[in-house]
Design a protein around this ligand. Sequence first.
Ligand code: GLU
Length: 470
Amino acid sequence: MKIKTRFAPSPTGYFHLGSARTALYAWLFARHNQGEFILRIEDTDLERSTDEAIKNIIDCMHWLNIDWDQGPYYQTKRFERYNYVINKMLEQGSAYKCYCSKERLENLRKTNITSNTKPRYDGFCRYNNYYNNNKPYVVRFLNPIEGSVIFYDKIRGFIEFNNKELDDLIIRRTDGSPTYNFCVVIDDWDMEITHIIRGEDHINNTPRQINILKALGAPVPHYAHVPMILNNTGKKMSKRHSDTVNVMQYRDDGYLPEALLNYLVRMGWSYGDQEIFSTDEMKKLFTLDNISKSASIFNLEKLQWLNQFYLKKMPVEYLARHLTWHINQFGYDTHSGPNLFEIIPLLTRRCKTLKDMAAHARYFYEDFTNFNNDAVKKYLCLVARKPLELIRTKIAAITDWTFTNIDNVIQKTAEELKLTMDKVGMPLRVAMTGTDQSLSINILIYYIGQRKSLKRIDLALAIITTNAFN
Ligand code: GLU
């Protein structure tokens, strides 16, 4: 039998790391087994679902390269089908109309609370064949009263729920719209899902869904409930928390999708001590057997470490594509400077993110007038004038533009003026970048080019003069 999994997000908030990991595990399980992976948007909650959240889900999946074989399906487009099944269930007696008023249900809830019993529907309309065509009604599922639901969770083992604990679930509201748990069941049945891999916050829904599947004579799929991810404040990552980060933020902050996928796969799953997994390797090795039962805690340093690893490992052409996206965010043009392919290996040696790389690459392409104040105060002072002037003369005299010749200029200047390399290098660095941080100075000057380098030294000298008179 062909394995089919699905990722079924509700578009009611950000696509966060927990959502991404659930999608990844369901996708990898399907790919590992040559199965199919379905994307289904569970948008029945009309008030809380938004188009923006749907776009966010799809953008994140594209960015992470998690592809799907079917979908996206939208539950709001399937109401006719859900209602057809509900009507059939009414005919067959596995569902019933409930006319209980809001007041009655509210009183029931209060009684439950005072008597310290779990708030649940008492089955009044189930037992009282009380039909009244003029009154609005909901449709409830006739949940079994006896026995229990036992299922084997592939991560957590056997789980049992007593049927006495479960309500006669509302499956259609008075306005005729089907409810969440019911739609999930019909979709999983129609889409022939064999393995439901989802967050453990859905465990309580599983026995209700299994009872409905059984009442419909539908096959019961396998279940795997994945533990939660805790954010760095120890709270569950959830769409409802404002401190939960949208996955797209990781793209914006300069992470590679490979690094995030590798980070996510290891967060709760292991294969011996191996830390690095290419996507192909993940597909080859991923099973549900080695998923941890306990929650994982987000660790930014590990993600940064992985990102730097992939920045060093991925082909330059590939990095250039991602880096260009970041450069466009900064809004500078790379046409009038060195080839990106040449400078990428220099940048990956010291940068942890693509954003950082784009910030550093800027020096190669763009003249600037905004200097870092502290750097100016510290390094563009009167004592820096002489070394900068000498360097300017020597740079202007270079006929063969090589790293070594540029390096010689800096060394010779330090020797002739009897200064440390730092006293020469730091003002030069500020002149070239406007800051006191950058790549090796000779590499920087080499790629900035002779003409532009001279122009920048002139500007720095002008700043020194201005500062001296203030
Ligand atoms: N729509 C649910 C959510 O976004 C997932 C439901 C499921 O996987 O069964 O949390």
